[in-house]
Design a binder for this molecule. Structure first.
Ligand code: SF4
Ligand code: SF4
Length: 299
């Protein structure tokens, strides 16, 4: 057991230093993502595997993949020069929990070497329930689950397949399993005291009218904040081939307002759709200052 402290902190203490969970904190505290997780266990119709996972990151970007050992060295290097650094997250470039050895080896190394940094994870949620013990042991107290639908009939339009317990599922069956695992994973995290952010990709013509229901369901299950991110259509994806368009800023705002109206949870409106290797305050990206060459050459 590396550290046990954060599950005993109040929600306010947890969010006060996390730039994504607190609008106030995002002016003062920095986050960094380490890209250690290349594989994924589902196929979202807005995803091209050539780029970062759209769960939490800006599609169309290729992040610099590092090993767990390199990730820990990178974190220590950045932390030594960036006093505002408060959170280290793993958000891709695939799904962190589809790469559990790499993801948890990285978190364990950071928890041992830099115990003051908070740990953060973003996932599609398919295998969350299988990793609850590791999440608890490492006190990972901020977790984002991307839930784009709570109705499998809508989910089947968003996901082509899932790969779960050595079996591939498609269509409605895939969406039913995924949504069930996401919602049960959310409940398990909330009961552990983890602050759960839910991301939903706003997909015009598919889930735009459904996101208020998503907000209501996740709010009732104890999610802390809902972050609706606009679809960014990427080349070579099912949605691009089907002619799905990006939502406009006006559409995004209308959906956010509708969700806020129906849901007791807070809406996140300051997300910058960062890269899976982003570094710095939200809205700035200093990842190019901390390349592999730089931190691996640092003694
Ligand atoms: Fe792509 Fe979806 Fe997997 Fe993320 S969760 S890597 S968006 S398929
Ligand atoms: Fe925060 Fe959004 Fe960036 Fe994730 S993608 S680190 S939620 S600002």
């Amino acid at each position: 057991l590396v550290k046990e402290k954060s599950t005993f902190l109040s929600d306010e203490s947890k969010t006060a230093r996390h730039p994504c969970y607190s609008e106030e904190a995002h002016h003062h505290f920095a986050r960094m993502h380490v890209a250690v997780a290349p594989k994924c266990n589902i196929s979202c119709n807005f995803c091209s595997r050539k780029f970062d996972c759209a769960n939490e990151s800006r599609p169309g970007v290729v992040s610099e993949l590092v090993t767990p050992d390199e990730a820990v060295r990178k974190v220590l290097f950045v932390a030594s020069g960036m006093k505002q650094l408060s959170v280290v997250g793993i958000a891709g470039p695939g799904d962190p929990l589809a790469n559990p050895e790499k993801t948890f080896a990285t978190f364990k190394g950071i928890a041992e070497e830099a115990p003051d940094l908070r740990l953060c994870l973003s996932t599609n949620g398919l295998t969350l329930l299988d990793h609850i013990d590791q999440i608890k042991a490492l006190s990972i107290d901020h977790i984002t689950i991307t839930i784009n639908a709570v109705d499998p009939e809508i989910g089947k339009e968003i996901y082509s397949w899932i790969y779960y317990k050595k079996k591939r599922y498609k269509g409605l069956e895939a969406a039913k399993i995924l949504i069930d695992r996401q919602l049960r994973g959310l409940e398990a995290l909330v009961s552990l005291g983890v602050l759960v952010k839910v991301n939903s990709v706003l997909i015009p013509g598919i889930n735009a009218d459904h996101l208020a229901e998503v907000s209501e369901v996740i709010g009732a299950k104890g999610a802390f904040i809902h972050n609706i991110v606009p679809l960014i259509v990427t080349p070579d994806t099912v949605f691009e081939k089907n002619g799905i368009k990006n939502p406009t800023a006006v559409e995004l705002q209308a959906v956010q307002e509708k969700c806020q109206g129906d849901s007791p949870i807070k809406m996140m409106k300051h997300c910058h759709q960062c890269r899976a290797d982003a570094i710095g305050l939200l809205g700035e990206d200093r990842s190019s200052e901390f390349t592999k060459e730089e931190f691996l050459n640092k003694k």
